[in-house]
Design a protein around this ligand. Sequence first.
Ligand SMILES: Nc1nc2c(ncn2[C@@H]2O[C@H](COP(=O)(O)OP(=O)(O)OP(=O)(O)O)[C@@H](O)[C@H]2O)c(=O)[nH]1
Ligand SMILES: [Mg+2]
Length: 474
Amino acid sequence: MNTISQNLPIAAIATPIGEGGIAVIRVSGRESIRKVSGCFRGKNLEDADTHTVHFGRIIKKDGRVVDEVLAAVFRAPKSYTGEDTVEVSCHGGVLVTQAVLETILEQGIRAAEPGEFTRRAFLNGKLELSQAEAVADLIHAKSIKAVDAANQQLEGRLGEHVKTFRQQIIDATAMVELELDFIEEDVEFANKDQLRKLLADVSDEIDSLLDTYETGRLVKDGVKTVFIGRPNAGKSTLLNTLVGTDRAIVTAIAGTTRDTIDADWSFDGLLFKLIDTAGLRETEDVIEAEGVRRSQQAFERADLVVYLKDLSLPLDAEERKEIAGFQKRAGNTPFLLIGTKLDLDRTPESDKNREISGTQKPVHQEQRLHYDLQISARKGQNIDALKKAMKQRALENKDYDASSLLVTSSRHRDALQKARENVQRAIAALDQGITGDFLSIDLRAALKELGTITGEITNEHVLDSIFSRFCIGK
Ligand SMILES: Nc1nc2c(ncn2[C@@H]2O[C@H](COP(=O)(O)OP(=O)(O)OP(=O)(O)O)[C@@H](O)[C@H]2O)c(=O)[nH]1
Ligand SMILES: [Mg+2]
């Protein structure tokens, strides 16, 4: 006998809708094996052992054959959901799969909601909430690094960390509350120094986990990388070079790109969401002006800014100011200053102009600009170095690999931050000699926050929002 209480059976197509070799229909819940048997001609599935596969036919009530299938039987609690489960593999056509599902539903089984199988797995204790979320992350992963991060979480490593923190706080709470119980007798059980150290350690550990969020977010969602610069600097050419297709229009006419253009590009397992923008200049043209406004907007939202400067043109004072302005406004956002068109000569004409202008010294001004790299997209010069620099700068040389545990979800980050705030409040209370009952309130609040990560503490609203991200059949 298993201890899992089984819900009414649900069914859904678990594979993408389309033409393929096979499609899988998943059925889970109380009496799901008996109910599927009702439309399965072959071995009686009710007699089948767990984890066995059986050939047979799905038949309508009137005896008409719908498809030849394989039915895999998993008995509770040893299944994904923890409930009795049948997975029916049928031929992978759109209509035939639908017909098999409908025939199964006619046996008194309900169509599943998005993520309902995983939700049941969570409710039945097969997965913690952070692991269930990792399943969605894994499915939606758009880069190998995102797959690695999701796998770490799926293995339960985040949950383990959080459980350690919880245990430490439970120990601290116990110390505080024991003292409260004997308050009348004026006994001091909790060694204040020991308690303080315990809490300070937890706070530090939560901090180091929180530190991984910035990297985690970039790994999971991709690095929003904006190319900005003057018209004709070679922004669109660089975007096309990286993605390997003519995604953006390139012409010798300044002001070619009017709207921002997005393209996904992966390098070394990391996803970059490249954004090509309209070249920055004052313009009377209403459409171009709107484009320039959008360039600025893209800049504001970027995780990585790449400013492109055409090396074949002189650097005027205005652009120098503009670059400095962008660098300043970028603040902590990584910034790369890239010289383009390295294959072209820096025209003597432009140097001459500079001397003639007289307001500046006749030195080659560009030498005074510190370029991170000088490239030629046309000749492929330094493009590999640029790719590496982009990755390095985006992750700010953070030391992490496939086995690193990263906090990738803002829900988890928020809970960790709140937990840390509560722990710090408790430390402050301790330092101020505030009584134990207040301390205990802060510590219990911290415990509650941590409990929301693993799902020990949750509510329907949170679960609905998490599982709505899933596909039907997962
Ligand atoms: N020689 C040379 N020409 C380049 C290079 N990169 C771009 N160009 C040329 O420079 C011109 C402008 O390139 P684009 O990529 O359209 O420049 P952009 O920055 O997107 O320009 P806007 O969209 O107008 O802001 C085109 O004629 C390109 O062929 C390069 O590395 N070397
Ligand atoms: Mg362009």
